[in-house]
Design a binder for this molecule. Structure first.
Ligand SMILES: NC(=O)c1ccc[n+]([C@@H]2O[C@H](COP(=O)([O-])OP(=O)(O)OC[C@H]3O[C@@H](n4cnc5c(N)ncnc54)[C@H](OP(=O)(O)O)[C@@H]3O)[C@@H](O)[C@H]2O)c1
Length: 253
């Protein structure tokens, strides 16, 4: 990482940030001077990400997003290391199945909900009690376009992302006026998670997008930086669709 800007005085906790969108969000927040705590399951990958991001302003806390002890540890260690936790970006997510919803294994559906929705609520509760309730801040939940439309063959994922969007509404209402809570709903962003959707056929996949390319993590990083900045001080309970214009195709033809 190149020279870091002056400290903003703010601190963010970004879940699932050793690579992909979470890493892009961490990079964007660091670039404006925040200090950042990141999480992920694989300790080595997390350590590598911390070093790459610039270890003097970043800490890593390894663990599984749905694990309550990990949630508590992540929030506590962020406050311990940096003295505060202004922003929470709930980014860790899973999409382990592909197939018709008629045959979906309900235990898998439960797992998807646990990781994508219940974990985000757990992190929000803990961040609220540890800092935000008394000091304010913002929460951004990384949902998906799958949560605002039908998504054949990834039904459990889509339902969980829709629930995440409603979670943002509930939190936005209950945490106002102290804390703002918004969702970001990305279309396909080039990460390991989405690789199967474009690998070997990126030009073809990109052609469906009015802006003629797939997303990259910094596209979501920029949106998250905006939603955790004073420039969005009067925005709460919204879902920002970041999709290269793919939704413009709805209703055409
Ligand atoms: N890429 C897209 O096209 C796209 C579009 C819409 C929404 N999203 C959403 O964006 C979020 C990030 O996706 P991505 O594309 O950046 O994925 P990714 O490249 O696979 O990165 C996921 C990150 O989260 C960590 N992680 C995964 N599961 C975790 C868990 N259970 N607990 C803690 N950390 C976990 C991973 O590290 P470890 O594996 O070491 O844990 C990694 O750092 C997800 O919520 C996804 O639903 C992605």
């Amino acid at each position: 990482m190149t020279a870091l800007p002056e400290l903003s005085g703010k601190v963010a906790l970004v879940t699932g940030a050793s690579r992909g969108i979470g890493y892009g969000v961490a990079e964007a927040l660091l670039a404006r001077g925040d200090r950042v705590a990141i999480t992920g399951r694989n300790e080595d990958a997390l350590k590598e990400a911390v070093d790459k991001l610039g270890a003097e302003r970043v800490i890593g806390i390894a663990g599984k997003a749905h694990d309550l002890d990990h949630q508590a540890e992540a929030v506590a260690r962020t406050v311990e290391a940096f003295g505060r936790v202004d922003f929470l970006v709930n980014n860790a997510g899973t999409n382990p199945v592909f197939g018709p919803i008629a045959d979906l294994d309900l235990n898998v559906a439960r797992k998807v909900f646990e990781t994508n929705v219940v974990s985000a609520l757990g992190f929000a509760q803990k961040t609220w009690h540890a800092w935000q309730k008394d000091n304010g801040g913002a929460i951004v939940n990384i949902a998906s376009v799958a949560g605002v439309s039908a998504s054949p063959f990834i039904g459990a994922y889509g339902i969980s992302k829709a629930a995440m969007i409603n979670l943002s509404l509930q939190l936005a209402h209950e945490f106002a006026p102290t804390v703002r809570v918004n969702s970001i709903a990305p279309a396909v962003v080039k990460t390991k998670f989405a690789q199967a959707l474009y690998e070997g056929r990126e030009a073809e996949a990109a052609a469906a997008y009015p802006l003629a390319r797939l997303g990259v993590p910094s596209d979501i990083g920029g949106a998250a930086a905006f939603l955790t900045s004073s420039q969005s001080d009067w925005i709460t309970g919204q879902t920002l669709v970041v999709d290269g214009g793919i939704f413009l195709n709805a209703g055409v033809g």
